[in-house]
Design a protein around this ligand. Structure first.
Ligand SMILES: *[C@@H]1O[C@H](CO)[C@@H](O)[C@H](O)[C@H]1NC(C)=O
Length: 161
């Protein structure tokens, strides 16, 4: 009887620790990191991305603040900014947004001096109406050309557990 009580008590404590982990993740917020899996000599630059509100709520408008200091490429006609939500389990696309940068901004935006040139944009669009327990958001800037398979710059965030 006593033994059982202790077991249940330990189990409850363990569960509360496991449950606390996602909360800590939420407090820290959504973190965008560099994209993996590209050849070392062709790694995309890291985009700085923040999303608000955080945490993301299904169907609600989400604001993406995206910036980079251009050092390795110019933004020219045909450069796009894409944002995608993907279900981690099924790999299904849940939501997608694409911006033809030069249709909204005067182009080219050139690297210029050694220090580089800033590029930043704020884009708003609705989060998918259904969000699975675990999903990934990727943000890419790339030149839409037939022979280009690697983005200029990129950032990904894993959400949920
Ligand atoms: C950016 O454009 C300028 C002017 O055309 C060019 O001189 C420079 O090499 C370009 N930089 C990169 C990184 O492509």
């Amino acid at each position: 009887m006593n033994q059982n009580f202790i077991f249940v008590f330990i189990l409850l404590i363990t569960l509360s620790i496991v449950n606390a982990a996602p909360f800590q993740h939420d407090k820290k917020g959504i973190q965008f990191k560099k994209c993996e899996g590209y050849p070392k000599d062709a790694e995309p630059d890291l985009l700085t991305v923040t999303v608000t509100p955080d945490p993301i709520e299904p169907g609600k408008e989400e604001t993406f603040d995206i910036s980079i200091t251009l050092k390795n490429y110019n933004i020219t006609d045909g450069t796009f900014l894409d944002i995608g939500y993907v279900d981690d389990d099924t790999k299904e696309g849940l939501g997608f947004f694409s911006l033809d940068i030069c249709s909204k901004t005067k182009c080219p935006i050139e690297v210029g001096s050694k220090a580089g040139s800033p590029y930043s944009t704020t884009q708003k669009f609705a989060a998918p109406t259904k969000l699975p327990s675990k999903y990934t958001i990727s943000v890419l800037q790339f030149l839409n050309a037939p022979d280009i398979g690697i983005p200029y710059s990129c950032a990904v965030a894993s959400i949920g557990s």
